[in-house]
Design a protein around this ligand. Structure first.
Ligand SMILES: Cc1cc2nc3c(=O)[nH]c(=O)nc-3n(C[C@H](O)[C@H](O)[C@H](O)COP(=O)(O)OP(=O)(O)OC[C@H]3O[C@@H](n4cnc5c(N)ncnc54)[C@H](O)[C@@H]3O)c2cc1C
Length: 395
């Protein structure tokens, strides 16, 4: 079996990359170890509305549970900062359907797709990587390919097999735990996502409520991976403190989110790494779907060029382009996260209170000048050394 490109992983990055390359007439195979693509999911399923148009994904009601109009942020002592738009700013997906449909779009563009097929090693001939071995229904397949794409998520092994240093220390990983549940007797606005902060609530992270219905939501938490307590412990504690009974749980999701930085080397020889496998996740909020789509878009452009010009060295341009644009932006976000994770509960309270008066739309768009304008009216908050450090990084 020979393909121009074999893609390991049919999550977000894999199928988008496969679709883009197959559209240009190249032969592409996508494999995923899951028997059903998309299931089980490990995700809060929140995605910005702009991604559909940007990455040419149909806005299909089959995978959209609910449109979202903004966010409510809660400080440790209960101050609320509401960022509300008058039009939908995001959606809560049904990823089990979304991932499967992304694989369907790749297949419609010409790619072959094989579920229940697990990559188990690379094939080298005369020192060169020429394909991979995969297990399918107990059978070992040899898949030869000019280019191999590691879109195999946070537990990626392909990059390591290719010789890329992908060691991930526990501190650089967030542990996430989530219930899809019925929220009975708990008031929440189902048009907003709700984020709860505090060092006792979720160290380094937050508790989220991502509504899928008026009374059904993904309720999850992310915390630092080297915490002596588990994410489940903190989520259960938060539910108890908020008198939420965990008696109507429809799904349990557990997973790791790489939030400590990005792979330096995104390609090695003819191997290309995208998405969580390359740790291309926003280190502030842990969202990785949009970042995976962006990386897949850049990588697919250079894969097509490399195939057109029969020059695999062109693949390195993916590393350069990603680092110049997204890498630099996300490194700045990482620095801000590293400072903000040290804020005390009092500082968090003061900041949320101070920001309540700011222009919500500008804040939601990440306009740090608006943050500064709001904080300057509260010199006691602004002049805290950590707050100044944070603004220095942001502005
Ligand atoms: C609890 C939780 C909540 C999250 N919430 C959000 C959110 O609300 N919004 C957001 O944007 N992001 C969220 N994320 C992050 C988001 O899920 C990931 O960033 C995103 O899925 C990355 O896409 P990907 O294609 O890189 O990898 P994945 O979606 O993880 O896909 C990788 C695929 O590779 C397959 N695979 C792995 N190894 C092999 C192998 N050897 N052979 C064959 N197949 C293989 C897997 O089965 C999987 O299907 C969350 C993560 C967690 C854990």
């Amino acid at each position: 079996m020979h393909y121009d490109v074999v893609v390991v992983g049919a999550g977000i990055a894999g199928p988008i990359l496969a679709r883009n390359v197959a559209k240009q007439g190249y032969s592409v195979l996508v494999i995923d170890k899951k028997a059903e693509i998309g299931s089980p999911k490990r995700c809060g399923e929140g995605l910005g509305i702009g991604t559909f148009e940007k990455y040419d994904i149909p806005y299909d009601k089959r995978f959209i549970n609910r449109e979202i109009y903004g966010a409510a942020i809660y400080s440790p002592n209960g101050h609320k900062l509401e960022l509300r738009y008058n039009k939908a700013s995001g959606v809560i997906l049904e990823r089990k359907i979304f991932d499967k449909m992304l694989a369907y779009y790749a297949a419609k563009a010409g790619a072959d797709v094989m579920a229940k097929t697990e990559a188990i090693g690379l094939i080298r001939r005369n020192g060169k990587i020429v394909g991979l071995k995969a297990k399918h229904e107990g059978e070992t397949l040899e898949i030869n390919a000019d280019i191999i794409v590691a879109a195999d998520g946070v537990e990626s092994r392909i990059a390591r097999w290719a010789g890329i240093n992908s060691f991930l220390p526990p501190h650089e990983l967030d542990s996430a735990y989530e219930y899809e549940m019925i929220l009975k007797d708990f008031e929440f606005d189902p048009d907003l996502i709700h984020l709860y902060f505090g060092n006792e609530v979720a160290p380094r992270g937050y508790v989220w409520i991502f509504p899928k219905d008026e009374d059904r939501a993904n309720v999850g938490i992310g915390i630092n991976g080297d915490n002596p307590n588990t994410a489940k412990y903190y989520l259960e504690k938060w539910l108890k403190e908020n008198n939420i009974k965990g008696t109507k749980i429809l799904e349990v999701n557990v997973g790791g989110v790489p939030v400590g930085g990005f792979l330096k080397e995104l390609t090695k020889e003819n191997v290309v790494v995208v998405g969580d496998a390359a740790r291309q996740v926003n280190p502030m909020h842990g969202g990785g779907m949009a970042e995976a789509m962006e990386a897949a878009t850049i990588a697919s452009k250079w894969i097509v060029k490399a195939l057109e010009e029969e020059n695999l060295e062109l693949l390195e341009n993916y590393t350069t382009e990603w680092w110049t644009n997204d890498g630099e932006r996300l490194m700045k976000v990482l620095k801000i996260r590293q400072i903000s994770e040290k804020l005390s509960d009092d500082e968090l309270d003061a900041a949320v209170q101070a920001l309540s008066g700011a222009d919500a739309e500008k804040l939601a768009a990440g306009d740090y000048k608006e943050v500064f304008k709001a904080l300057i009216k509260h010199p006691k908050v602004l002049l805290k050394p950590r707050m100044l450090k944070l603004l220095r990084e942001a502005l």
